[in-house]
Design a protein around this ligand. Structure first.
Ligand SMILES: [Zn+2]
Length: 529
């Protein structure tokens, strides 16, 4: 098959008009997709090394310097053109290969979670480095999926003379919803026809429209109160407490919360509560996430938050300013791409889990008190979108999804029934569970891209849905004001504190086959009964 296709490539270039050539390629699509899946299989060791390497870097949002250096290095070595520091974000980049239409962009996150350090393959809390960040969401596997698929597609574009462009983009600082609205503002998707995003899951599936209804959009805002310092015992009347203002704002918000729509979700952490009790705090700060189901309701919450802050400042004789540090539209995913992708997911099927994989999964589920059911073995059919969305988590891919037709595939590289954003979600992420799940995901990425590369009418249909259904009555408006900038200084101190120690644990593929081997971890390690 490969030989025949290669010959077709030559014939197309030499003798045939390109429309005929594209027609021939579309006729060969099933074989090309099989070839792509076989090529992904050949790269299993490469995929595993990427999963392990990025797991070992464990970098927080906006500080993904090693991670980005590593991935862009691989892409450049393979002939991709890399533009670094895009949208004013030092760890962001865009890699491109090929030329002409369609242009398909792959996106996936690369940042990790604070305090989630965890030894892979160990079914109880056992950090690699106490207190350090770790991949307690599994974002270390996404680039292994996308880069593997992109390298396979690059080879096929060359061999079969396919006209298409592939782009790769990292989700920097996704955990703080920090970049994608800025990517959109910078015009990074202006000439992109489709975006295929991937995210780690225990499921293998995709969705369209508002999916299961468990998405919210949000704004992430920090309020900085400024008061006046004084001796807290000798002359408190001389002081004005910024911390008082934080506490009054929080109290006000909690009273008002009862009278907000049930769909709202809001939460906060006090990021500065003052220095010591005998000094009236002149500076204090609180960080809020305001979540709702759509732009106007999110905007209302944001306005209400600002009102609470201003009122608290008035009550306490302090002043306040606020800084938007993240934002996200609720994602809306494309039906045409999802229907095509679902077929590819079903064709690839769930990975074959070993007894060791299942033992790890069940032991971890037991350890954390979750339902003990091991790893998923079945693929669910594509569901109708939920008619009454309840809201839930957020992802800044939402902003991209309102600017270009997009899907967000979940690939099965983790264990079900985990709490999310914790050490437990890191346990599987540098084990065969993550390796096999990433290979399965890469196959679907490559196959879905081929479907759209070779059937231009499908690209058209995806845009018809985007224009005539999705954005018929809703038009994207960014939460960003022209003066908002990416919060690139975030996590700098935390990362600098841990980076020298973490370096000692970076995966070394020159000496070890896997990260489990390097850490001398018996797979799986479970509690003795
Ligand atoms: Zn995520």
């Amino acid at each position: 098959m490969m030989k025949r296709m290669a010959l077709c490539g030559v014939a197309c270039v030499l003798f045939l008009p390109s429309a005929l050539c594209a027609k021939q390629q579309a006729a060969d699509l099933p074989a090309l997709k099989q070839e792509a899946a076989a090529e992904v299989d050949k790269l299993q060791t490469f995929t595993q090394q990427m999963v392990d390497q990025i797991f070992s870097y464990s970098e927080l949002g906006f500080q993904e310097f090693e991670t980005s250096r590593y991935i862009t290095g691989i892409l450049e070595k393979n002939g991709f053109q890399v533009e670094r520091g895009v949208a004013g974000v030092p760890t962001a980049w865009m890699a491109t290969y090929g030329s002409g239409k369609p242009v398909i962009a792959f996106i996936t996150d690369i940042d990790c979670i604070p305090r989630a350090s965890q030894k892979p393959g160990v079914a109880y809390h056992d950090p690699i480095l106490e207190g350090a960040p770790g991949h307690g969401e599994g974002h270390n596997s996404g680039m292994a999926v996308n880069v593997t698929a992109a390298l396979v597609l690059k080879k096929m574009i060359e061999q079969h003379k396919i006209t298409a462009t592939i782009k790769l983009v990292p989700g920097v600082a996704e955990e703080i919803l920090g970049t994608k609205a800025f990517y959109v503002r910078a015009g990074m998707f202006k000439d992109v026809d489709l975006v295929l995003g991937v995210h780690v899951s225990h499921d293998f599936g995709t969705s369209y429209s508002t999916g299961d209804g468990k998405w919210s959009g949000l704004v992430s805002v920090q309020y900085y109160f400024h008061g006046k310092a004084a001796h807290a015992a000798a002359a408190p009347w001389e002081g004005r407490s910024a911390l008082d203002a934080v506490e009054l704002m929080d109290t006000g918000w909690d009273y008002r919360r009862e009278h907000l729509r049930p769909a709202q979700r809001s939460h906060r952490v006090i990021i500065n509560g003052g220095d010591q009790p005998n000094v009236v705090p002149s500076e204090a700060a609180v960080w809020y996430y305001f979540r709702e189901l759509d732009y106007s309701h999110i905007k209302d919450l944001y306005d209400l938050g600002n009102l609470m802050a201003d009122s608290a400042a008035k009550m306490t004789g302090t002043t306040v300013d606020h800084k938007l540090v993240g934002s996200a539209w609720p994602p809306f995913l494309n039906k045409v791409i999802a229907e095509d992708q679902q077929k590819n997911i079903e064709a690839v099927g769930m990975p074959k889990w070993s007894d060791a994989d299942q033992t790890l999964a069940k032991a971890l589920q037991k350890e954390i008190g979750a339902k003990v059911e091991g790893l998923k073995e079945k693929i669910e059919p594509l569901k109708e979108p939920e008619k009454n969305p309840t809201g839930g988590g957020s992802d800044d891919i939402g902003d991209i999804s309102w600017n270009v037709p997009m899907v967000y595939m979940m690939y099965p590289a983790n264990i079900p029934n985990l709490p999310g954003h914790s050490w437990a979600n890191g346990v599987a992420m540098a084990t065969p569970i993550a390796h096999k799940g990433s290979t399965a995901g890469a196959k679907v990425q490559a196959m879905t891209a081929l479907d759209f590369f070779l059937q231009p009418q499908l690209v058209q249909q995806a845009w018809d849905y985007f224009r005539n259904v999705q954005t018929k009555n809703v038009h994207y408006e960014s939460f960003l004001s022209p003066s908002d900038k990416p919060a690139i200084e975030m996590n700098k101190e935390k990362m600098e504190k841990f980076a020298p120690e973490l370096k000692k644990y970076y995966f070394d593929p020159a000496h070890y086959k896997t990260y489990l081997e390097q850490l001398h971890i018996q797979y799986p390690t479970v509690r003795q009964q």
